[in-house]
Unconditional design. Structure first.
Length: 478
């Protein structure tokens, strides 16, 4: 719980945030210090500064322990995704996707196709992480075979995965944002269409333009043929290998929680691996534990497919166990409140309020390394300001997702950025320039705010929930 007797000064709060940015910037960009160590250094600086400023040790530990408890669900998801990746490889599901992708996808349209496939899968499952860890891995191999820059392929997966994660009613962030804004889920989804669909259309146009540079002359025909022959030799391409992804999508549509659907998908894929591919139960469970080892015979494809497993998720899990306590320490100590209070000074108009909301959510993604904390803290910070301006809840909830959800994957030390980098085998900083959807959405949100487009107040459109209407005197003051 928060120490009600302690409140850091603005100078202390600012120093802690600046020290994080400096440490992470120098570590990742100049000194080459591993991100886990860099985050520990930032955490130590924050804890030391707060204790110097008067925060008690017991309260400091209590705040960090709360972060550990909050991280538990994320850790379980990561472990299960590790199992899914290993079992989907062994069952032949991912190799089958690679096989048919190489056979039927035109290189000119691959980037657009990759983005759209990830849009559909993430819409159906509500999970960008699941999309990247399964279909995304297969698409990376297809792109490699077609001679496409891995960073660009990864960006198409990121863009598509976050479109679906942002728009799916099954997504945790899609439900979290309206909850923080005190709004309605379906009002929220309808409102997001105004910023999200233009972003997606422009993104697809961008990928189509980039894709024109890839054609028959860029294809490594010997590599593709070797890959196809290797997959045919090692894996039985039985129709049963398509059951695991269909199973996940069906359970998602039935609103089965992601933890449950992914776990049983991993188990189902394991049985298929034994029945169709001939692996023993010991081999299947080993793949789930320590990852699948590909033996197709094509070095680049084997390297990409040799992944998954509980053990191989330790990198991201360890980071989770560092950044979550860091985020809750900043929250419970009052550091974030002190900083956010200063932003209230620039929210006099509806336009400045929305712009400030976007910048705050992005800033919290950078500082707390958690999209959930970004959405929750930003939402609770500004909900009253939106009420005071008689703005509908979906204006706030949409803005939270436009900035908090989609930019998380662009921060190298954010949990989302680290997961996608690990799952796709491409450094965050490499795919960031091409992740057009994740750049465009907050920019369009800001542009709409500045020009007064789709910034709804009570009575402008039909809404399932509205804020209380401010008193007349209060409105006149605004």
């Amino acid at each position: 719980m928060t120490d009600n007797n302690y409140k850091p000064s603005f100078g202390i709060a600012l120093f802690i945030v600046l020290s994080l940015l400096v440490v992470m910037g120098l570590s990742l960009g100049v000194l080459g210090i591993p991100v886990h160590v860099a985050m520990f250094i930032a955490l130590a600086i924050a804890a030391g500064t707060l204790m110097f400023g008067g925060m008690g040790w017991d309260k400091l530990v209590e705040a960090m322990e709360d972060g550990g408890r909050m991280a538990l669900t994320t850790v379980l998801i990561l472990l299960i995704i590790g199992m899914v990746m290993g079992s989907w490889m062994a069952s032949g599901t991912v190799p089958a996707i690679i096989y048919w992708g190489l056979k039927i996808i035109n290189p000119n349209m691959f980037l657009v196709t990759s983005c759209l496939v990830c849009c559909v899968v993430s819409l159906a499952t509500g999970s960008s992480w699941s999309t990247a860890g399964t279909i995304g891995v297969a698409l990376m191999a297809v792109g490699d075979g077609l001679g496409i820059n891995p960073a660009i392929t990864a960006a198409t997966i990121v863009s598509g995965a976050y479109f679906g994660d942002k728009m799916s009613p099954l997504s945790d962030t899609t439900n979290l944002a309206p909850a923080m804004a005190e709004g309605d889920l379906f009002d929220h989804i309808r409102a997001m269409m105004y910023t999200t669909l233009p972003s997606l259309l422009i993104t697809l146009g961008f990928y189509w333009f980039l894709g024109r540079g890839y054609g028959a002359d860029t294809i490594d025909a010997p590599l593709i043929n070797a890959t196809l022959e290797g997959i045919e030799t090692v894996f039985n391409m039985n129709f049963l290998v398509w059951i695991p992804p269909i199973f996940v999508i069906v359970l998602a549509l039935l609103k089965v929680p992601a933890l449950i659907s992914l776990f049983f998908s991993a188990v189902l894929a394991g049985f298929i691996g034994m029945a169709v591919q001939g692996y023993s139960i010991a081999e299947i469970t080993t793949f789930m534990d320590s990852g699948f080892v590909s033996s197709i015979g094509v070095e680049s494809v084997d390297k990409l497919l040799s992944r998954g497993g509980l053990q191989n998720m330790s990198y991201t899990i360890l980071l989770t166990m560092i950044v979550m306590p860091f985020g809750t320490l900043l929250e419970h100590s009052g550091v974030l409140n002190v900083l956010l209070e200063r932003f209230k000074l620039v929210t006099k108009s509806a336009a400045s309020l929305v712009v400030t909301t976007v910048l705050t959510a992005i800033g919290l993604n950078i500082v707390t390394a958690s999209q959930y904390m970004s959405i929750v803290l930003t939402g609770r910070m500004y909900v009253q300001a939106y009420k005071d301006k008689d703005m509908l809840p979906q204006t706030l909830s949409r803005t939270l997702e436009d900035a908090g959800t989609v930019t998380s994957v662009l921060v190298p030390w954010n949990l989302c950025g680290m997961f996608f980098a690990g799952a796709l085998g491409v450094n965050t900083i490499d795919y960031v320039p091409y992740a057009m959807f994740n750049w465009l959405t907050p920019l369009i949100s800001i542009a709409f705010a500045i020009f007064g487009l789709f910034q709804w107040r009570t009575g402008d459109i039909k809404s399932n929930k509205t804020y209380h209407k401010p008193e007349k005197e209060h409105i006149e003051q605004l």
